[in-house]
Design a protein around this ligand. Sequence first.
Ligand code: ZN
Length: 158
Amino acid sequence: MYRIGIGYDIHQLTQGRDLIIGGVKITHEKGLLGHSDADVLIHAVIDAMLGALALSDIGTIFPDTNPKYKNADSTVLLKKVYDYIARKGYEIENIDSNIIAQQPKMMPYIPKMKEILCRILYIDENRLSIKAKTNEQLDAVGECRAIKAQAAVLLRKI
Ligand SMILES: [Zn+2]
């Protein structure tokens, strides 16, 4: 049996924060604002995994009112969610995702992101797609005030 989920996330860019996307620290003068490390890609993937099994969303499972998740490493949250779906008898068939950022260029960092996410999720790299797009200078993302991510995840019952 297969289950599909979608995930979406957006965070504001701000001074004085590290930019961490897909578990990779990216060289940039701004970072993403959030209660955790604000890893927009991992958050979208987590929401897609939870959505596939109708298990609410990241904000319900890891509330931003909980001090435990302040500056939390999102790779740790992803691991927890992976363990949760694995306990329910599912594994990941494939993931497709988009990072939408006007700046900086994501391309150089994508191989490392894939390596990190595939290791946590126990999948080969041919099951994980990470695509990078700009927002054609439009809206908050295009004006370099935010970065967005989208993900679709297909789960397979073992
Ligand atoms: Zn987020």
